[in-house]
Design a protein around this ligand. Structure first.
Ligand SMILES: Nc1ncnc2c1ncn2[C@@H]1O[C@H](COP(=O)(O)OP(=O)(O)OP(=O)(O)O)[C@@H](O)[C@H]1O
Length: 207
């Protein structure tokens, strides 16, 4: 379980996450919607260990982030400005990333690329925005990560792409992963999410 406990973070004296408390469970898809600047991305960064709280904590499987561990041990994340390697194709990008943990086989990489509908052997520098988004999503699932955090993962995708990613996320949930997805549009979430949450000015509430 991922427990967020009284999490507070201000940047330049402005509250960005305001006393957020919530328990996220494995085997569920959570959707978070809210206006621009409401704190959705910051919440994902907090869970990923990319943000240090002013007070409060994130506890993952009983271990406190930044105390018992620096980062969650099994996390896939899609946020803005992901660092793909432009001179390599999709397979090689994942192969290089996979060298850190050494858990994913070539077959795992091929399967992840098939699941996001990426068949191209082009170098990433020739990818469209939607193709990059698909590769980022493949990157977040190819090592069978336990926690999958996706910041507006379908905004550059065509309709077929959106349906493909929704199918993939449902499969990840069935596998037992915890999936958190953000969007500006609540209606996008209701199709696939078990729980829909609203972020308003750094506060998180159940719908
Ligand atoms: N690097 C930063 N320095 C200072 N403030 C920041 C920084 N990044 C984000 N913020 C502020 O944190 C608040 C929350 O931003 P966040 O990116 O989490 O919003 P969001 O809900 O994801 O918005 P969007 O829907 O536009 O992606 C905003 O007020 C934003 O201005």
């Amino acid at each position: 379980m991922v427990e967020i406990k009284n999490y507070c973070k201000s940047i330049k004296s402005r509250p960005i996450l305001n006393n957020v408390s919530y328990n996220f469970e494995y085997g569920k898809i959570y959707g978070i919607y809210g206006h621009n600047g409401s704190g959705k991305t910051m919440l994902l960064r907090a869970i990923a260990g990319l943000l240090v709280p002013d007070s409060g904590s994130v506890v993952i499987d009983g271990k406190v982030l930044h105390k018992d561990m620096s980062f969650p041990p099994s996390i896939g994340i899609v946020i803005e400005n992901m660092n793909l390697l432009p001179q390599y194709n999709a397979f090689d990008n994942l192969k290089i990333l996979g060298k850190i943990k050494k858990t994913a086989t070539d077959e795992d990489i091929k399967t992840a690329l098939e699941r996001v509908g990426l068949k191209s052997d082009l170098k990433v520098k020739k990818f469209s925005l939607g193709m990059k988004q698909r590769l980022n999503i493949a990157q977040a699932v190819f090592e069978k990560q336990k926690i999958i955090l996706l910041d507006e993962p379908t905004n550059a995708l065509d309709n077929d792409g959106v349906q493909l990613i929704y199918k993939l996320l449902k499969e990840e949930k069935e596998r037992g992963a915890l999936v958190v997805i953000t969007t500006h549009h609540k209606e996008d979430l209701e199709e696939i999410c078990d729980v829909v949450l609203k972020m308003t000015e750094g506060e998180l509430h159940e719908k």
